[in-house]
Design a protein around this ligand. Structure first.
Ligand code: NAD
Length: 440
């Protein structure tokens, strides 16, 4: 058997190429242009550590496309961050913002570091230096960062402060989202990605595509990751009557057939720093979590967790991609063949960037909306985005929309939800590129 390619750039190209097969009317040159990032910044800087030694850090900021507005995308602090990963995530942001129809382009950033081995003051120095080196890149109308893996409200507050000090005399709050509430953050931003996952799942299940699974209440749910996204998703699904049977973090997975008590899990994680060891639970590996017998599987941690090696063993009826890029194209194919539905990352986790947009709007208006207003708007946006993709998928499924293979002349198979979502997003970006006259 040939080894599966896990390079994030190759994977995003494969997903894009598959979607572009369903876009007949666009020139191939324009399609090629849309694949490329607009700008790639690679930065190195030295930081004095707490023990007075000096270490050099490698960082990235990639802006993929700005046809709809400023670049928008999180900043990830992780030892395995690469230029390829950041570029593929910046592309994903372009399609995500276009799909949910918010006026942002796609960007992403990363710093190669292990936050578990850095002190708070070292993290602050790294963040300030990263921001000052990108002072001409970041801006409320050019590139607006946000949190991602191992970054949080505190990181965003340092970015805001550094930018504000270097750009005095302006309302600089819209330069970064995911800020603390007292510095212009939005109610509901921290919870928005996990909550958006719930809204998207609710709407998808209401279409009654999956026998015996038409609502969240009563569903058995397994969630990989217990950070910003996974923890909130667990709480939100639980509140709607789902049973959370498994949760994991980088230490491993905890499982309980009768359902986990989230208050106890949160307390245990706070006091022990990990989930494994929680009393009255069975310990499993993260690999075993993916293959668990459950109704809904929510990968909410790292990429490439569902691959050709385990896709044929998955027992969940529905996969909701809270994480970015958790499923490889090879696994997509296996899941399609097995009739397992998947809500792709570009809709499933778009709640985060949607509320980031609401934060940006509030910052310009010097307002702070209440939580109910934010959640109502988020729900409407998530439901509407599912409806757009579902309607188009149905049109393909019943043959109202058809696509012919350019080589064989044969009718192409009905695309999966990822492909339909990408087709919709790519068409929007392509049309805007033509309308603006960017493409000659
Ligand atoms: P986080 O840093 O808050 O949490 C990450 C979680 O993943 C932690 O529980 C960690 O222990 C776990 N983890 C790390 N390595 C793991 C591994 N190898 N196996 C299993 N678990 C592992 O990050 P987050 O903000 O919750 O982001 C999670 C995912 O959601 C990422 O893919 C991110 O890109 C995506 N995402 C986040 C947001 C957001 O608003 N934070 C928005 C959209 C997408």
């Amino acid at each position: 058997m040939t080894e599966e390619i896990l390079d994030p750039l190759v994977i995003s190209e494969q997903q894009f190429d598959r979607a572009s097969l369903y876009i007949n009317h666009l020139q191939s040159g324009l399609i090629d242009f849309l694949k490329q990032p607009k700008r790639v910044h690679v930065i190195h800087f030295p930081i004095e550590m707490d023990d007075c030694s000096v270490r050099t850090f490698r960082c990235y900021r990639v802006i993929h496309n700005r046809v709809f507005g400023p670049g928008k995308g999180g900043i990830r602090y992780h030892p395995d961050v690469t230029e390829e990963e950041v570029t593929s995530l910046a592309k994903l942001m372009t399609w995500k913002c276009a799909l949910v129809n918010i006026p942002f382009g796609g960007a992403k950033g990363g710093v190669c570091c292990d936050t578990k081995k850095l002190s708070n003051s070292e993290l602050r120095r790294i963040t300030r230096r990263f921001t000052s080196d990108l002072i001409d890149v970041f801006g409320p109308h050019t590139d607006v960062p946000a949190p991602d893996m191992y970054t949080n409200e505190q990181t965003m507050a340092w970015i805001y402060d550094t930018y504000d000090v270097l750009n005095p005399g302006k309302n600089n709050r819209p330069v970064v989202t995911g800020k603390p509430l007292d510095l212009g953050g939005s109610h509901g931003r921290v919870e928005s990605t996990g909550r958006g996952c719930l809204y998207v799942t609710e709407r998808f299940l209401s279409k009654e595509l999956i026998p015996a699974l038409s609502e969240v209440a009563g569903a058995r749910v397994a969630i990989q990751g217990f950070g910003n996204v996974g923890r909130v998703a667990a709480q939100e699904f639980c509140r709607q009557g789902a049973k959370i049977v498994a949760l994991s973090d980088s230490s491993g997975c905890i499982f309980s057939e009768s359902g986990l008590n989230l208050d106890e899990v949160t307390q245990f994680k706070q006091s022990h720093g990990c989930l494994v060891g929680m009393p009255n639970t069975m310990t499993l590996t993260n690999e075993e979590l993916v293959e668990l017998d459950c109704d809904i599987l929510i990968p909410a941690a790292v990429s490439n967790q569902i691959h050709t090696g385990n896709a044929h063993k998955i027992k969940a009826k529905l996969i909701v991609e809270a994480a970015n890029n958790p499923t490889t194209p090879g696994a997509d194919q296996i899941l399609r063949d097995r009739g397992i539905y998947l809500i792709p990352d570009i809709i499933a986790n778009a709640g985060g960037v949607t509320v980031s947009y609401y934060e940006w709007v509030q910052n310009y208006a010097n307002e702070q909306w209440d939580l109910e207003t934010v959640n109502d708007k988020l729900k409407k946006k998530m439901y509407g985005s599912v409806d757009v993709v579902f309607k188009r998928w149905q049109a393909f499924a019943v043959g109202e929309e058809k696509c012919v293979d350019k080589n064989s002349g044969e009718l192409m198979a009905c695309p999966d939800f990822r492909t339909v979502a990408l087709v919709t997003a790519i068409e929007r970006v392509a049309n805007a590129t033509l309308m603006r006259g960017i493409w000659p």
